[in-house]
Design a protein. Structure first.
Length: 139
């Protein structure tokens, strides 16, 4: 309970320049470096050979469906983060949580727009690298 109270107290304060920078950089690092390394590279290099799973299709047949998921996924990630920053006056991270509930577009169409974008983005990467285990883990 103490952790929750500390997070609420931190999110209500006006952020310092260091915290503002961290609130912008940390989500980028987590969503585009940490999770992909954990979910895709580790599974492709370690789990697929250990389970003797084949690579999904040929590389050139994976590019089109992967691109059809990655591009819209990035669009939804960027759109939702921008809406949280401009309308909600915050970020997706608890360090700088939104100060206002965002119910306008694009959130009027989808409640969890950021998650929808991340699932599309990560599924596209799983298909692009051809790893059955990362695609199963992602789903």
């Amino acid at each position: 309970m103490k952790l929750f109270e500390n997070l609420v107290e931190i999110s209500e304060k006006t952020p310092s320049p260091e915290n503002r920078f961290l609130a912008k950089v940390l989500p980028f690092f987590v969503f585009f470096f940490f999770f992909p390394a954990l979910l895709f590279i580790l599974l492709k290099v370690v789990i697929d050979p250990w389970l003797r799973l084949p690579t999904l299709f040929h590389f050139f047949t994976r590019v089109v469906p992967a691109g059809a998921l990655i591009v819209p996924g990035l669009f939804f990630i960027i759109t939702s983060t921008k809406a949280q920053r401009e309308i909600g006056k915050g970020t997706p991270m608890p360090l700088k949580a939104t100060q206002k509930l965002v119910v306008e577009k694009p959130y009027s169409y989808c409640r969890n727009l950021l998650y929808f974008g991340l699932i599309n983005f990560f599924s596209g990467i799983s298909i692009l690298i051809g790893s059955p285990s990362s695609l199963a883990m992602e789903s």
